[in-house]
Design a protein around this ligand. Sequence first.
Ligand SMILES: [Cu+2]
Length: 130
Amino acid sequence: MGIEMKLSGKFLLLAGIVFIGGCIDQQPAQTTTPVVPAGDAKEFTIRETNFKLSPANITVNKGDTVRITVINDQGTHNLFIEGYDQRVRVVSSGTTQVMEFVADRTGIFNMWCEVPGHRDAGMEGQFIVR
Ligand SMILES: [Cu+2]
């Protein structure tokens, strides 16, 4: 009886070690990696007036996270970036809007105000991704 108790005690201790060891082994592997942006965060402000974008050209690097604050200072305008299909609404003066996206393709993309006649009047520029 006494020997059986000691044996079962040792068995339980051994079983406990195996159990703990099994738990440690089953810890999930470190699969999450820190979120590192592929590029930099680039911030711009484009001011709109009749009939001009200022600045008219923006240049970023591929992979950059681009944040463009569009401020309409005069008239009624929007802004559209071709290729990236980025667009802010047509708004009246005094309105600020923001577009944010990742520049994942290189190229020269036209951008302009889509209110009829405004592009021809000069409200256009280029979004350049190197
Ligand atoms: Cu316009």
